[in-house]
Structure formats: structure tokens, C-alpha cells
Design a protein around this ligand. Structure first.
Ligand SMILES: [Zn+2]
Length: 351
């Protein structure tokens, strides 16, 4: 019996202690709760000081205490949990709307930036075509100059030979005149040899002049041909240049308005998202950082997306990205598209 009593006393003391601690704790918390708690605790304290036997009472007292505390706190707790639940669901709803809105904004940015890319590509290819034509024209001009010079050289050669023929003919006439006044056979033969030699030289020049006639005709044909090509290319170039300037004017206006749109859209997008978006776009050859699910695949890299993941993406609960290429993934609702559009060219990204 004695040990039992001691035990009971100890138990009571512990209860008292714990109740006191609870009291302090509650006091710091809420006054109403503290008061509810304090009353039964006092009861427990009285029970312990009055009689040891009363310790037995302490147990129910404690129970009462606990019950009272529970009763006092329960509505508060209940209220708190209801409010919390309400707040969580509101937050979740808000978050969902938020994700949907934010993803829509991000997708709109992607659309604007893709349009800028398109405009720049269009303008980027035309100058290349113009440069190619300019190079062609420069090459043709060189060929034309060379062909013209060839014709000129052959003509000059003919003129020189004709001059030579005139000179040599005059020389022959002079030697022939000399023949009348020669003093001996040796001189006579020497002069005759000279005349014969000059005659051969004249024949050789005449042969060259005849051949040059064909050469000039051939080279002149080349000159005409190259000139024709040159003129055609020049016409093409002029057309391309005017086309280019028109397109540049048109696309510059378009690009400016798209850039303004892009800048505006960026202001509504989270910095972290923008950072990722810019990084992916920089590395992707097709400039796609926000890809649509197209026929069950990532619209950026064409990796198949598991049906479960597709459902998750359609729920707009969180930001989704392709596990293969890292692109943001959106469904048609966010993209504002009812039917899937033709797929873009495949691309891989290194991130
Ligand atoms: Zn992908």
C-alpha cells in the first residue's frame, strides 16, 4: 500500500509539473486557453496537497483537464484547420490560375520571339542571295576583262605583223634595187638569200594573221557570251536588291513592333523562368524554349511524353519541362490552339 501511495504521489507530482508546464506554454499562447487549462490544474494541485489518496482523483482530474483543454482548443483547432484548408485550396486554385496565366504569358513570349526569328531569317537569307549574285558578277566581270584583253592582244599582234610586213616589203624592194649595182656573185647571192629570207618571214606573218582572224572571232564570241551572262546577272541583282530593300523596310517595322511586344511580355514573367527560357532558346537551333505537346511528343525535340505526364501537363498544377531537352512543355489550352498545327523541324538542344 505504501509503495502504491508513493507512486500515486509521484504520479500526481508529475501531472502537476506537466500541467504547470502546459500552463506556462498556454499562457504564452492564448489567454482563453490558459484560463481553461488553469482551472483543472488548480484542482489537481489541491488534490495532491490535501490527501495522498486524493491522488487517485488526480487521474480523472487530469482527464477533465485534458478534456477541458481539448474542448477549449478543439473549436480553435477546428476553426484553424478549416481556415487553413480553405486558405490552401484557395492558394492552390490561385496557384493553378497563376501557373496557367504565367504559362500563357511565357508561351505568348515564345510566339513573339519565334516571329522575330522568322523575320530575321527571311531578311538574313536575302542579303546572302545578293552577296552570291555580287560574287558571280565580280567573277564574270573578271572573265570579261580577260576575254576582251585577249581580243585586244591578238589584234595588236596582227597590227604589229602587218607593220613588219610593210617594213620587210620595203626592205625587199630596197635589196632588189641593190641587185642592179652588185659587184660580184657572192654579194649577189647574199642579197638574194636576204630577200628570200624576208619573203619567208612575210609569209609566216601572213599565216599568223590568218590564224589570228579565227582566234579573234572565237575570243569575241566568248566576250559576247560573258557579256550576256553578266547583263543577266546584273538584272537579277538589281531586282534582288530592290526586293531586299522592300523586305528590309517591311520586316524592320514588323520586327520593331514584335520586339516591343516581346519586351512587354517579358515584364510579366518571372526572372527565373526568363533565365531558363533565354538559356534554352540560345542553345536551340529552332529557337523553341516553350514547346507544345504535339501528337504525344515534345514539340521541341519530338521525344515521346508518357500519357501520365501529358495529363499532368494538362492540369497546369506546376511548371512542366521536357525530360529530354528541358524545354517548357505546354498543352494546347495554354497555347490557345484547338487543333494541332503542322510540326516544326526536329531539333536537339544541348543544355
Ligand atoms: Zn523535348
Amino acid at each position: 500500500m505504501a509503495t502504491k501511495t508513493t507512486k500515486s504521489a509521484e504520479k500526481a507530482a508529475t501531472t502537476k509539473k506537466s500541467a504547470a508546464t502546459k500552463k506556462v506554454a498556454s499562457a504564452t499562447d492564448k489567454k482563453t486557453v490558459a484560463t481553461t487549462k488553469a482551472a483543472p490544474t488548480k484542482k489537481v494541485a489541491a488534490a495532491t496537497t490535501e490527501k495522498v489518496a486524493a491522488a487517485a482523483k488526480a487521474a480523472p482530474a487530469k482527464k477533465t483537464d485534458e478534456a477541458a483543454v481539448a474542448a477549449a482548443t478543439a473549436p480553435v483547432k477546428k476553426a484553424t484547420s478549416t481556415t487553413a484548408k480553405k486558405a490552401t485550396s484557395t492558394a492552390k486554385a490561385e496557384e493553378k490560375t497563376d501557373i496557367t496565366t504565367r504559362m500563357k504569358a511565357l508561351y505568348a513570349l515564345q510566339v513573339a520571339d519565334s516571329q522575330i526569328d522568322e523575320v530575321r531569317t527571311l531578311r538574313g537569307e536575302l542579303p546572302l542571295e545578293v552577296t552570291d549574285l555580287e560574287n558571280d558578277i565580280a567573277r564574270l566581270e573578271n572573265r570579261l576583262q580577260r576575254a576582251k584583253k585577249d581580243v585586244k592582244d591578238v589584234k595588236e599582234d596582227v597590227a604589229n605583223r602587218k607593220e613588219e610586213i610593210v617594213m620587210k616589203t620595203a626592205q625587199i624592194a630596197k635589196y632588189k634595187k641593190h641587185l642592179d649595182s652588185v659587184k660580184n656573185n657572192r654579194e649577189y647571192e647574199a642579197l638574194n638569200k636576204e630577200i628570200e629570207f624576208l619573203g619567208l618571214e612575210i609569209q609566216l606573218h601572213e599565216k599568223h594573221i590568218r590564224a589570228a582572224g579565227f582566234t579573234i572571232e572565237k575570243k569575241q564570241n566568248a566576250v559576247d557570251e560573258i557579256s550576256e551572262m553578266y547583263n543577266e546577272r546584273k538584272k537579277d541583282l538589281d531586282a534582288k536588291k530592290s526586293e531586299l530593300s522592300t523586305i528590309i523596310n517591311e520586316t524592320e517595322t514588323e520586327e520593331r513592333s514584335l520586339l516591343t511586344k516581346s519586351e512587354k511580355l517579358r515584364k510579366n514573367i518571372d526572372e527565373k523562368w526568363l533565365f531558363t527560357y533565354d538559356r534554352i532558346r540560345k542553345n536551340a537551333r529552332n529557337g523553341i524554349a516553350v514547346a507544345r505537346i504535339e501528337r504525344g511528343a515534345c514539340g521541341g525535340c519530338f521525344a515521346i511524353i508518357a500519357p501520365q505526364r501529358q495529363i499532368e501537363i494538362r492540369m497546369h498544377k506546376k511548371v512542366n519541362s521536357c525530360e529530354y531537352c528541358g524545354r517548357f512543355l505546354v498543352d494546347d489550352e495554354i497555347a490557345g490552339i484547338a487543333k494541332p498545327a503542322p510540326a516544326p523541324t526536329p531539333d536537339t538542344v544541348e543544355i
